[in-house]
Write a protein that binds this ligand. Structure first.
Ligand SMILES: FC(F)(F)Cc1cc2c(N3CCN(c4nnc(C(F)(F)F)s4)CC3)ncnc2s1
Length: 494
């Protein structure tokens, strides 16, 4: 049954955010499942009308516009109805259901067919990373979708065909679908990254590739219809250009996210909690949890539902602390992010995460060292052994990420900022370092990476190094090898 009959036509034409929020609220509160195609079309229409021909407000100083220069959009019912019918007819017209048996559950062939229908109707060549390509509105009006948008459109297409077992599966940098009687089947439906052959139709690899962050060690966010609405709302993009956001779109997204949050649809979705935290940091909603609570809820959700295998909750949180100049807490979050990495092998599919860690290690931390180096910070980081421990835990986690990986992670570009950073810490702090040598340390080094999923999940927690029967005071050793000379010469230069 076409979703539009049930839509409250009095809301149209949609002229303000509250009417669009009402439409989304009606959809998630109605007895049957929310209609993904309808919501993606409406959300995309609002986003595109406000970001693609507007007078922008500066990203870091959203000005309250008393006139309605910011909020002007008008979405007519007949436009939404036409686009919705167009999507339905594309899907229903291309898929001959009789060819897929009479099972009420989707088959791999059916999922692949829907993916082909979307895939083959995309423009030949366009800049895939551009903003505003995530919605079915973009697909219908511009034949363009980004990687996430293709996956969402496939799930929406399967919903049109009546296969409500097909759901979105999300890692931190990829999307695929689950389907079948108990959702036990998986299938690639979109591409990933640049220059990689797509694997559409194939199940998610169980090979060594599945030890890469890209598939989050078998801990993806498996969506139900409501979490799929959360994913499409979370993918709303308020950017006008690299430096400017459209405040009305951010407000629109924020209000939708709180509506979904109140219904529990962000509870098992760490990145959505992180996105809402970012929005709240920029523009706090009175009476709502503080953004730092949302970042903590994202961390807790990853620990509770995903075996702490997600990295982004810690980098969302670390980024927040960094912006608030809470540098010790930032180092702690970044070290916790690196603890997650230990479980993974670095693979060429993990570039996005590599860039994130490069930025932390080689841009943000040097910035912290400069900021505290000028002595303004009384309880200086540089005299605090726990900060030093966080820093070492961060780098040790990156090293362990590299261990057993076919692709190296670290290179000289990492070593120079590292040496500089360590050199900034007081010698007295470095001398306090006691390395906790586990008895089985040498066995661990010889064991294959496969053991990663076994014993290592209990890695160092807050970096407190306990005394063991054979402590080796690294501080002393530092003074009689060329490592120290490197430190001294380097610090002499800086
Ligand atoms: F589907 C893919 F392939 F696109 C993978 C997904 C990404 C993503 C997301 N993102 C990606 C991470 N992202 C981040 N923004 N800041 C981040 C941090 F580095 F600060 F942690 S991570 C923005 C929102 N937000 C909600 N859901 C998803 S599903």
């Amino acid at each position: 049954m076409a979703g539009l009959e049930r839509v409250n036509r009095e809301l149209f034409p949609l002229r303000d955010i509250s009417s669009v929020v009402q439409l989304f609220t009606d959809e998630v509160e109605k007895s049957s499942e929310p209609d993904l195609a309808l919501l993606s079309i409406v959300g995309g229409a609002v986003e595109n009308s406000l970001t693609c021909h507007r007078s922008p407000v500066m990203k870091d100083a959203p000005v309250e516009t008393d006139d309605d220069s910011g909020g002007e959009f008008e979405i007519e019912y007949h436009i939404v109805d036409a686009l919705y019918s167009q999507f339905r007819s594309i899907i229903l017209g291309s898929v001959d259901l009789s060819a897929y048996g009479d099972s009420k559950y989707a088959t791999r062939e059916l999922v692949k067919k829907v993916s082909d229908v979307i895939w083959n109707s995309l423009s030949r060549s366009y800049y895939k990373d551009r903003a505003h390509l995530q919605s079915i509105y973009s697909y219908l009006t511009g034949n363009k979708l980004d990687c996430f948008g293709v996956a969402l459109a496939v799930v929406a297409g399967c919903q049109v065909l009546g296969f409500n077992d097909v759901h979105l599966a999300l890692s931190e940098d990829h999307a695929w679908v689950v389907f079948g009687e108990n959702g036990g089947e998986t299938a690639e439906v979109t591409w990933h990254g640049k220059g990689n052959e797509d694997k559409r139709g194939q199940p998610i690899g169980t090979s060594v590739g599945s030890l890469s962050w890209l598939y989050v060690n078998g801990q993806p966010v498996i969506c139900d219809r409501y979490m799929e609405v959360t994913a499409l709302v979370s993918s709303i993009n308020p950017s006008f250009n690299m430096t400017t956001d459209i405040k009305e779109v951010a407000d629109f997204q924020q209000q939708l996210m709180w509506m979904l949050y109140d219904r529990g649809y962000l509870q098992r979705y760490p990145m959505a909690l992180g996105n809402l935290g970012d929005l709240e940091e920029i523009n706090p909603t009175s009476g709502r949890p503080h953004c730092s609570d949302l970042f903590s809820q994202a961390v807790d959700a990853s620990r509770k539902f995903y075996n702490n295998q997600h990295v982004y909750p810690y980098t969302y949180q670390g980024g927040y602390y960094f912006r608030q100049k809470m540098y010790k807490e930032a180092l702690g979050s970044w070290a916790n992010a690196a603890d997650v990495l230990r479980e993974y092998n670095y693979s060429r599919d993990d570039e996005e995460l590599y860039k994130e860690l490069m930025d932390i290690a080689n841009e943000l931390i040097p910035h912290v060292m400069k900021a505290v180096g000028s002595g303004i910070d009384a309880h200086s980081i540089l005299k605090d052994p726990e900060c030093f421990a966080h820093l070492l835990r961060l780098y040790d986690g990156i090293c362990q990420w590299e261990e057993g990986s076919v692709t190296p992670v670290l290179h000289i570009g990492w070593a120079k900022p590292l040496v500089n950073t360590i050199a900034k810490f007081d010698a007295s702090v470095r001398a306090q370092l006691v390395i906790d040598l586990q008895d089985d340390l040498d066995e661990e080094h010889s064991s294959e990476k496969e053991d990663k999923n076994s014993s290592r999940s209990g890695t160092a927690d807050s970096g407190n190094m306990e005394k063991t029967e054979e402590p080796s005071k690294v501080g002393d050793n530092l003074n009689n090898n060329n490592y120290t000379k490197a430190l001294e010469s380097d610090s002499a230069q800086s």
